[in-house]
Design a protein around this ligand. Structure first.
Ligand SMILES: CC(C)(COP(=O)(O)OP(=O)(O)OC[C@H]1O[C@@H](n2cnc3c(N)ncnc32)[C@H](O)[C@@H]1OP(=O)(O)O)[C@@H](O)C(=O)NCCC(=O)NCCS
Length: 150
C-alpha cells in the first residue's frame, strides 16, 4: 500500500464498505496503527484486529446496523471508520474507531474523515446524535473536543 503523500487531497474522502475480500486492506491499515494499538490494547497489533473491526457488534444488536469502512483519498487508503446505527438508542450512531494511518496523521485527514463519516451518519443512518468512547490511555480526547464534541 504505497502512498505518494504529496498527492493526498484532504478534502476528498470516500468511504468504501469493508467486506471479506477487503479484510487484507484493513489489516494493512492496522499495521500502521501500532501506536494506537499500544495505547489501547498494550500490544503493537492485535492478530484479530481486522476481523474485529469488521465484525464486532454489541451483543444482541442486529448485524446490519454495523457499518465498517476503509477511508480513501483519491485511490489511496488512508484510514478506517466504523459506526453502529441506533446504538445505544434509536437515532444515535456509535463510532467504534476512526483512524488515520500513522504516517499520514497531522495533515487534516482525520478531520476530513470525520466530516465525511458524520454526513453518512446523518444522511444514511438518520442519526440525530453521535456517541463514542475513548480509552483513557489514548491521548486523543483533544481531537474530538477540539471541534466535534464538547
Ligand atoms: C485521531 C486521529 C484520527 C486524528 O487524525 P489526524 O489526521 O492526525 O488529525 P487532523 O490532522 O485532521 O487534525 C484535525 C485537528 O485536530 C487536532 N488534533 C489531532 N489529533 C489531536 C490530539 N491527539 N489531541 C488534540 N488535538 C488533536 C489537530 O491539531 C487539528 O487541529 P486544527 O484543525 O486546529 O489544525 C488520529 O490521531 C488517529 O488515527 N489516531 C489513532 C486512532 C484513534 O485513537 N482514534 C480515536 C478513537 S476512536
Amino acid at each position: 500500500m504505497k502512498v505518494q503523500k504529496d498527492t493526498l487531497d484532504k478534502a476528498d474522502i470516500s468511504l468504501l464498505p469493508v467486506d471479506p475480500d477487503t479484510l487484507d486492506d484493513v489489516d494493512a491499515v492496522f499495521e500502521e496503527l501500532r501506536r494506537y494499538s499500544a495505547d489501547t490494547d498494550g500490544v503493537a497489533k492485535r492478530r484479530d484486529a481486522a476481523y474485529a473491526f469488521f465484525n464486532a457488534i454489541p451483543p444482541g444488536h442486529p448485524r446490519n446496523k454495523k457499518h465498517a469502512f476503509l477511508a480513501k483519498n483519491d485511490e489511496w487508503i488512508v484510514g478506517l471508520v466504523d459506526m453502529i446505527a441506533d446504538y445505544p438508542a434509536p437515532g444515535t450512531v456509535f463510532v467504534g474507531l476512526l483512524a488515520i494511518r500513522e504516517p499520514l496523521q497531522g495533515r487534516g485527514l482525520g478531520k476530513a474523515l470525520w466530516l465525511t463519516a458524520e454526513c453518512f451518519a446523518r444522511d444514511a443512518l438518520n442519526a440525530r446524535r453521535v456517541r463514542l468512547a475513548v480509552v483513557e490511555s489514548n491521548p486523543v480526547i483533544g481531537f474530538w473536543t477540539k471541534w466535534a464534541f464538547s
